[in-house]
Design a protein around this ligand. Sequence first.
Ligand SMILES: Nc1ncnc2c1ncn2[C@@H]1O[C@H](COP(=O)(O)OP(=O)(O)O)[C@@H](O)[C@H]1O
Ligand SMILES: [Mg+2]
Length: 524
Amino acid sequence: MSPLPKPVTPSGPQKPSDLPPFLDHLARDLRMRVRTGRRSALGFDIFFVDFSDWKLRFSDRTPVIYVSAADVASMDGRALAESLADVIRVENLAERNPVVLVEGDGAVLRAYFRANYLPAVVLDAGDQERVRTSRRPTAELLDCISPQLALALIAPYETSKPVTGSRFFGREYDIRRILYAGDANFAVMGLRRIGKTSLLREIERRLVEQVQEQEDRQATARVLYMDCSSIHTVQHFVQEVVRALNPRELVRLEHRHLPLYFPDFLGRMAKQHRGPLIFLLDEFDALLDAQLNSRGLLDELRSASNQGHCRFVIAGFRRVLEAFSDLNSPLYNFAKPLRLKEFSREETANLIFGPLEKLRVRFERRNEIADRIYDETGGQPNLIQYYCSILVQELDRTQSRVISPDMLFHVYDDPDFLTFVLNTFLDNTTNLEKAVVYGLLLAYGEEVREQRFTLDDIDGILKEHGIVATFDDLNKSVRNLELAGVLARQGKDFHFATPVFPDVLRSSYNVEFLLYKVQEEGVW
Ligand SMILES: Nc1ncnc2c1ncn2[C@@H]1O[C@H](COP(=O)(O)OP(=O)(O)O)[C@@H](O)[C@H]1O
Ligand SMILES: [Mg+2]
């Protein structure tokens, strides 16, 4: 890990008076974290301010370029703007929403940045004064900043990568359960894109933050995130753990008797790191298969955790879920199950309104909007994110800051959104589950949106297409479709959870063809 710049606190080694007055004010009076940076090649000081609490697209190290009164006096406005543009380019700051703090008037700079599509924010002397004299200084600061950037640049929506820190929403209960559970191991399970990696990464971030606050550098190495998707054997797993913790021991690994060596290794590493190691093992499914074919990896991991050397948080989807439905599974003795669910209506509303209202976007008929988005996305965080990012693009395009229920109709016109909905479905379902959905669509036609059906009905429909499933398979399929947010259950009856989903499928594909293809590929 690269060394971090030192945080500036009033008691820190860097005297606050060394900071520009406005940053000193942020650090002292508003308790924001300000880090001293470096002097850029072109002679401007660069600082880093932690704006991550805003839960927007500002990092905990948002760069602030300081333009002193002497700088302002030494160049004309345009030359200064050109020089700053060079700093932003040379220092690679353009994608980090840089802030230019000017001890003077910022109008010329602002105009220059806008004309040149440079995503930089100018805080001039007038802005600084407004913030300093405001009785709601943080909000005032945000009000100075946000109108200067496109919403898409500062809204925190992220659809294609796991999210952490200021982009991580909800799940507080799950996080606390894991962080404060003493030494229990956990198995996090849920669909693709429900947020497993994000949860693991956020836990990693918070653990590292905790130990950093205790100034225990070595301890940060105790937290280990590993993506296990390409690890298919126990041997390989052990090798990767050794590589991460003490690569020097790799050479002699082949000759070791792993069941003895591995627990001993973990014990030694825990001692060396002065505390238990915490493993966050993502995409654990394949390894679970591997462990079933060999002697118990889980047993070894469990004994290491029983001895207090390590804790494990594993995450996975089908295999992990299946293992927990089998009472004889070794997972039962190893970890507590934690099922990652869709967002609640409240979490959904927080993800929509939290960031956008902070950016002064106004909502007409707020409840109606929250209900609609919650219903249409089934609370799947990734879909909500996608939905919100389309709304943000639409606001930027129309230069508007108002969202009304009418605007939501645009979302379903968006071809990317349709593809996204379909891919989520295709990714998360087996062929038998797909056959159930296609069969229902064919059997009920347009009516399927409002239709209720039972397991018995589904069985009949599948049989019409020559698919005979056992009760167990049928039951599992509908349960997983429920999990995938496709079907919802009321007592014995099922219905489509999001009425638009069947419409989307039908308008994009020939459903008969889809059914034919899954049958051809095989439903088992
Ligand atoms: N806690 C969260 N807050 C906000 N968005 C989330 C959260 N968890 C997941 N998402 C959304 O879902 C997407 C997929 O998350 P990811 O953690 O990669 O899921 P998984 O590992 O289960 O496949 C993210 O890109 C993001 O859009
Ligand atoms: Mg993942």
